[in-house]
Design a protein around this ligand. Structure first.
Ligand code: ZN
Length: 91
């Protein structure tokens, strides 16, 4: 079956061309170094993690509580209160 083989090779060539184009497009994008929004956040201040809700916050603008483990930072008073209440209950 010469025809089916020919169709197979044409499809294969199309797939390869598409993959190559996607690859080259990715390389070009990498060279241009488009600054994504996530990259801009990473290059900023060192972030602290709210131990209650897991939100990342900037320590300088966050609520802080110091205990035996060190300083903990919170996104809101609600999270800070929950943490303090939990610490009080466990000790
Ligand atoms: Zn929080």
């Amino acid at each position: 079956m010469v025809l089916t083989r020919f169709v197979f090779y044409v499809l294969l060539a199309l797939l390869l061309a598409r993959a190559l184009r996607a690859f080259l497009g990715g390389v070009a994008q990498g060279l241009h170094g488009k600054p994504g929004p996530s990259r801009r956040i990473e290059t900023g201040v060192r972030m602290a993690r709210d131990p209650v809700c897991g939100t990342f916050i900037v320590p300088s603008s966050a609520l802080a509580v110091r205990d035996a483990d060190g300083v903990h930072h919170f996104c809101s008073a609600a999270c800070r209160n929950a943490f303090v209440a939990r610490a009080r209950r466990s000790s």
